[in-house]
Design a protein around this ligand. Structure first.
Ligand code: S3P
Length: 172
């Protein structure tokens, strides 16, 4: 079984994905650190030195690396489903799960995040909100191609992992 966690930045793809993997006794892989390791530098540096287009190519290559993996939960990057035919190949290769939170949730999480994300770094709360509304407006059409859309409203990470577990088990 291969599960792809998809969703906006800070939606919990990694933290929920890790919990889900544990519950289902699967391994876990996070595309962002894997990409940093494969290309030998942190994502902010890749954006600065190589540009976003190059990052998206690297990301696509990392996605291709996941096709041969099995018994695994994979946390994609927030933009992964929205470039090339990534969402189609994600759905051909595994079970996609979209973590769908409110705009307020993303604003709060991104304002208080420790991870440096080049697309939102240095933004004020108002700028961040505008960016999220606009970007999500474009990205939602891709995210909504997920096999399972999980609409969330403040549930804890463990609860979210439980919800997903039930959905996946029901489908077996
Ligand atoms: C991005 C999300 C990031 C990372 C990169 C670009 C995006 O991953 O891949 O900074 O385009 O939304 P997270 O969703 O894990 O923050």
């Amino acid at each position: 079984m291969k599960i792809y966690m998809i969703g906006f930045m800070a939606s919990g793809k990694t933290s929920v994905g890790k919990r889900l993997a544990k519950k289902l006794q699967l391994s876990f892989m996070d595309m962002d650190p894997y990409l940093e390791n494969k290309y030998g530098k942190p994502i902010p540096e890749i954006f600065k030195e190589d540009g976003e287009d190059k990052f998206r190519e690297y990301e696509r290559n990392v996605l291709a690396d996941t096709f041969s993996m099995d018994d695994i939960v994979i946390a994609t990057g927030g933009g992964t489903p929205c470039f090339f035919d990534n969402m189609e190949v994600i759905n051909e290769n595994g079970i996609s799960v979209y973590l769908n939170h409110s705009i307020d949730f993303y604003v709060y999480k991104l304002l208080h995040a420790k991870t440096v994300r080049p697309l939102v770094v240095g933004k004020t709360e108002d700028e961040l909100r505008d960016y999220i509304v606009e970007t999500l407006g474009h990205r939602e059409q891709f995210y909504k191609k997920a096999k399972h859309i999980v609409n969330l409203n403040g549930e804890k990470k463990d609860e979210i992992a439980d919800i997903i577990c039930k959905i996946i088990n029901k489908d077996k």
